[in-house]
Design a binder for this molecule. Structure first.
Ligand code: ACO
Length: 434
């Protein structure tokens, strides 16, 4: 199937089976040149692209990942600049509305998200009473988010984008409470209470670590580190969970249903669940006493499904922009909170061994955002199972922004085609006596 590369801004031509097809060439503001293949169906053709690695299904103006340079931009701003200078809610505002808020806009937005009137309905609180201690908190978050459909007020007279905005603000308000409650279920202790007079991150931390009757406020360094992590996780283009969110929303399902589906997609170990798996892997390395080269060899073995968790990325072909910031936060925070944690040293040595190995070099596999984030969460005092819920806390901002963007533009239901490999038509064998 020979094809000619696009020249200038003219169409690309595709020669298939004696036919020449012209494909429009589009140039996004940033990123790869796009061939518009939406007319291929008229020619009896389709594009086969496992994992959608080279397929753009939506236009979006929120986030851009430059995988070659290892850079990440939110609405044009480099994420590392935002991570240390802005609060998570200011960045959520940027993602949702396209510009950084003025001080007044920031105050108004915080007041909306922190509105005591958005406290959870008792019906959702009771859900947490029914969850067993053994349940994964990502399942709790997904269920509680879905349950907002039943308890949150909606107003069909609002515009589609205003409805998503309203639901999104409620999600941003509720997710830290869900995560705090999930942490209580895991620990088998009574639920704490959200204190809306505190900052977003501080309240979440006190909700997780206070004991009944004694509110335990986090120290400044911990709250600052968690704020940085939430900013770094706030959005990341059309990753697996955000693509899932958009797919579900494209059918007209509610924002909460779409966000609940996104939470489930994020849970997987190849995606957000990797942060939990990294710690498991580092712990196993420590417990087994095996040399790091043995772990790296196992990850390289094509007959072994094991992969080096926290390494590799679909888009980044150099160090993940976020990983650079997180690595430094980990070094600083672990030194302060858990200087005796042996896992940080193992992680640093493993990184060194892998980065010097031809297998990882030739495939351009570098540490991703999850390689060091678990070490930080662990130093703060979270159990492994809480790491991916912490990812949800940050990523919820991006999910709101993506659904708001969808609600302002044209929508076409997401429906990928398939490469059919089953039997061709055949006749059902006759059954005796029928
Ligand atoms: N360890 C060992 N080998 C790896 C790893 C790894 N962590 N990651 C990729 N490879 C190898 C693959 O086996 C493949 O080798 P091959 O060309 O010889 O067949 C090659 O590198 C390319 O990998 P793909 O699986 O094609 O890359 P893809 O873009 O589909 O997957 C992913 C990306 C899922 C992140 C992958 O790198 C991985 O599994 N990493 C470990 C899990 C992880 O850390 N996930 C978190 C990602 S960040 C996030 O979602 C928040």
């Amino acid at each position: 199937m020979p094809s000619s590369a696009p020249e200038n801004n003219g169409p690309a031509t595709l020669a298939v089976g004696g036919e020449t097809i012209e494909l429009a060439v589009d140039r996004p503001a940033l990123g790869r040149t796009m061939l518009d293949v939406s007319s291929l169906g008229q020619h009896g053709l389709a594009v086969y692209d496992p994992g959608y690695a080279d397929t753009a299904a939506y236009q979006s103006g929120i986030t851009f990942v430059d995988g070659e340079a290892g850079r990440l931009y939110f609405r044009g701003y480099p994420v590392e600049q935002l991570a240390t200078s802005h609060s998570f809610l200011e960045v959520a505002y940027l993602l949702m509305y396209g510009e950084l808020p003025s001080p007044q806009q920031a105050d108004d937005f915080v007041a909306k998200v922190r509105d005591p009137g958005l406290v959870l309905h008792v019906g959702i609180e009771r859900l947490f009473d029914t969850f067993p201690q053994s349940m994964h908190p990502m399942a709790m978050l997904s269920i509680a988010t879905e349950a907002l459909n039943a308890y949150a007020d909606d107003d069909a007279s609002l515009s589609p984008v205003a409805r998503v905005e309203r639901a999104g603000i409620r999600l941003l308000s509720s997710v830290p409470v869900f995560a705090g409650y999930a942490h209580s279920v895991l620990r088998g202790v009574p639920r704490g209470r959200s204190n809306r007079s505190l900052d977003y991150v501080e309240d979440f931390l006190q909700l997780c670590f206070s004991v009944p009757g004694h509110e335990q406020l986090p120290d400044e360094a911990t709250a600052r580190a968690l704020n940085t992590l939430l900013v770094l996780h706030a959005d990341h283009e059309l990753n697996c969970s955000t693509a899932t969110l958009r797919m579900v929303a494209s059918s007209g399902a509610s924002f909460y249903a779409s966000a609940s589906a996104a939470i489930n997609a994020l849970w997987g170990p190849l995606h957000g669940g990797a942060n939990q798996e990294v710690i498991r892997m580092l712990q196993e390395i420590k417990d087994s006493g095996k040399p790091l080269s043995a772990i790296v060899d196992k990850a390289k073995d094509k007959n072994d499904p094991f992969r080096l968790m926290g390494f590799g990325h679909r888009v980044y072909k150099t160090t993940d922009a976020r990983a650079r910031v997180i690595r430094q936060v980990a070094l600083d925070l672990v030194e302060k909170l858990a200087p005796a944690d042996p896992l940080l040293e193992i992680a640093m040595k493993l990184e060194e061994v892998a980065l010097a190995d031809d297998y990882f070099i030739s495939r351009r596999l570098y540490p991703n955002v999850d390689f060091y984030s678990g070490i930080i969460y662990r130093a703060i005092g979270f159990p492994d199972a809480m790491f991916t819920p912490l990812f949800v806390l940050g990523r919820s901002a991006g999910w709101v922004a993506h659904c708001m963007e969808m609600a302002t533009g044209p929508n076409r239901i997401g429906r990928p085609t398939q490469f059919y490999t089953g039997p061709t038509e055949r006749t059902v064998p006759s059954r005796p006596g029928v």
